[in-house]
Design a protein around this ligand. Structure first.
Ligand SMILES: Nc1ncnc2c1ncn2[C@@H]1O[C@H](COP(=O)(O)OP(=O)(O)OP(=O)(O)O)[C@@H](O)[C@H]1O
Length: 255
């Protein structure tokens, strides 16, 4: 079966000569359709670089990336993408920002209004469709950005530390919404995080990335029931996954 995202011998070096920075790889990884994969690694190990390469926004130095069997050679509009800093434009209200993602792809926002309404409801923003971004809290802005990333029903979604700047309680709450959305729509998700608990809670598989140049040290299947609610998070098995991964980063000299 074709992997949804296939990395073959992928590496990235910025610059050349004495100033060259070997940021990432070489890495081989096959991500199956509908998986929720986390890239968990220390700061500067090349996680964002990899996300940009999968999105076709940055060229690989070596190797090849395929998304749904197609070689990535230019920016892809069929994926959903979200970063730590959201990309809401300040001059459109929430609904207009979500509609913009449809307009950019030549899709009709009016025909997709039920989908916009449903997405806003799923992230508890139904009462804020006509508010401007500056009228929202940071957490609400990120919730709106999730709707932007998902409104065109992408099969592949790249989330680069989308919860990184949020306070712990908001983060926890949005994690649960994200999990529910993924369970409902089952896109293939590649998720970057520094949080071991977050990776274990959300992922079907966790890729442990080494310090720069980032390589995948190991891939850990997270065999816990869905949804990963408070009861699952309090279980001994959850704690064991977290402790095992902490041990790996301790071995890297990071924890
Ligand atoms: N455009 C660039 N030019 C030169 N070096 C770069 C560029 N982008 C990233 N790098 C370098 O590549 C390495 C990996 O950066 P990257 O942002 O991918 O790491 P990261 O794992 O996402 O880090 P963080 O978790 O802190 O966001 C870093 O050493 C960084 O300085």
């Amino acid at each position: 079966m074709t992997a949804a995202v296939q990395l073959s011998n992928v590496s990235k070096t910025f610059g050349a000569g004495a100033d060259a920075v070997h940021a990432f790889g070489p890495v081989d990884l096959a991500i199956e359709g509908g998986a929720f994969i986390s890239l968990l690694g220390p700061s500067g190990c090349g996680k964002s670089t990899l996300m940009l390469m999968i999105a076709g926004l940055l060229a690989v130095s070596d190797g090849e990336i395929r998304v749904n069997g197609e070689r990535v050679s230019k920016p892809r509009t069929d994926i959903g993408i979200m970063f730590q800093d959201n990309t809401l434009v300040p001059w459109r209200h929430v609904e207009g920002n979500i509609a913009l993602q449809l307009e950019l792809r030549g899709l009709d926002p009016k025909a997709n209004q039920p989908k916009i309404d449903e997405l806003l409801k799923s992230v508890r923003l139904e009462g804020f469709a006509h508010r401007m971004p500056h009228e929202l809290s940071g957490g609400m802005q990120q919730r709106a950005a999730f709707c932007q990333a998902l409104v065109h029903d992408p099969k592949t979604v790249l989330l680069d530390e989308p919860l990184g700047k949020l306070d712990a309680m908001t983060r926890e709450s949005i994690r649960n919404d994200l999990q529910a959305l993924w369970m409902q729509k089952r896109p293939t998700v590649v998720f970057v995080t520094h949080s071991i608990e977050e990776a274990v809670q959300l992922s079907s598989r966790v890729c442990v990335v080494t310090p720069r140049p980032g390589r995948i040290d190991r891939v850990i299947d997270i065999d816990l029931p869905w949804p990963r609610d408070l009861a699952v998070k309090r279980s001994a098995r959850f704690a064991n996954y977290v402790a095992d991964i902490q041990g790996i980063f301790h071995g890297f000299g990071i924890l």
